[in-house]
Design a protein around this ligand. Structure first.
Ligand SMILES: [Zn+2]
Length: 198
């Protein structure tokens, strides 16, 4: 949504969903609208996310926008300029637990804060700090992908490789969007497809 901006009134918008649901595209769309309106915009991404580009956010559909890497929520806060009007944050789930407080601080300064991120991890567990942000945001958008198995609305990120790390960067080949019925968190476990010897 594009919200009409009242003078010096800040707020928080959160965009969450599974991988391949268009979260980054939606963030880029909103930020571009603000740039077209000549608002002063800064965009951040976690320093950990170097999948495609060091200084850009790139959606899976190759939409691209310049972004500054931030190593933590405190680092992000320190990099926001006093005259910035809109702050965009991508991959919010890779930030630390101080991100919600940083967003509250920026909204309190009158800034529009837009955070996109995964709301669940590869096991379907809420992925902090996004659930916290959902609770305190004025505006929430939940994007859905299409299940790559059956075509139903997909709310889950299916990991296709054996790995128990919560953060495993990758895209096509590593993850799929899956609906509730087709999502299988045990697939990522080593014992899922290797039958026990007996
Ligand atoms: Zn399905």
């Amino acid at each position: 949504m594009d919200v009409v901006r009242a003078a010096s009134q800040g707020w928080i918008e959160v965009i969450v969903g599974s991988m391949f649901s268009g979260k980054s595209e939606e963030l880029i769309r909103r930020v571009r609208r603000a740039q077209i309106a000549r608002q002063r915009v800064q965009i951040f991404k976690p320093a950990v996310d170097v999948r495609y580009s060091d200084d850009h956010i790139v959606s899976h559909s190759e939409l691209k926008i310049e972004a500054e890497p931030a190593s933590s929520a405190a680092d992000l806060l320190a990099k926001v300029r006093p005259d910035t009007e809109v702050v965009g944050v991508d991959e919010g789930q890779f930030f630390d637990a101080a991100l919600p407080a940083a967003c509250v601080e920026l909204a309190g300064r009158g800034m529009r804060v837009i955070v996109a991120g995964l709301d669940q991890d590869y096991l379907g567990r809420p992925f902090e700090p996004m659930p916290h942000l959902l609770a305190i945001a004025e505006f929430i958008t939940k994007t859905r992908a299409i299940c790559m198995v059956c075509g139903n609305p997909a709310n889950h990120t299916q990991r296709l490789v054996h790995n128990a790390d919560r953060v495993l960067l990758g895209a096509h080949g590593t993850y799929e969007a899956r609906c509730r019925r087709c999502f299988d968190p045990t697939l990522s476990r080593q014992d899922a497809v290797v039958p026990a010897a007996n």
